[in-house]
Design a protein around this ligand. Sequence first.
Ligand code: CA
Length: 231
Amino acid sequence: MPKALVVEDEAKIARFLELELTHEGYQVKVVGDGRAGLAQAAEWKPDVMILDLMLPGLSGIEVCRRIRQSEKGSRLPILMLTAKDDISDKVMGLDMGADDYMTKPFAIEELLARMRVMLARGARGRSVSGETLSAGALTLTPRSHEAALDGQPLQLTKKEYDLLLCLMSHSGEALTRDFLLENVWGYSYDGDNNVVDVYVRYLRNKIDAAAGERYIHTIRGVGYMFRHERY
Ligand code: CA
């Protein structure tokens, strides 16, 4: 049963969501402010989060930003809700890493459909459209095609960037050279898969060596895994 965390301070909407989501087969937890939402995202480990934008304590945008910065919650699918039909809030919410966005009042069927999409996407590896990925001092912003270490832009070639994006969006997973080859170089690539090792070395020189921290790990007999680790 997927766990849905609802962070909403308007009691009527919170209660409505709780009933509908429970009926839909979710295990539901409701909290009414941003700090509680942040705490439950870490402790209860939901599969999906519905996050209101205007909240007491921390705003939805701030909650979203902090979740994306945390190691554990960084992949949690987040659907943001707002009463305001304001394009700047929408853009900011998506920039801070929300996966989707709905304006109140919303149709419950549409919300449920979008949650199903987010869960399915999460299950097969996260789509990284527009979302900033971060780990330790490293950030990567697919929307602008930029990577930075300690806030300083990293000069990456196209292939280095693509490889890093692939590794980061599967953070914590051991990836084979063939998987990386197919996803970064494409199925049509018929060269040697040593090219993966060569590019991993390039990335390690630019990232791990520069940061003095380990990001790209060799998994013996398999390939590579991205995971931030301090020495
Ligand atoms: Ca609110």
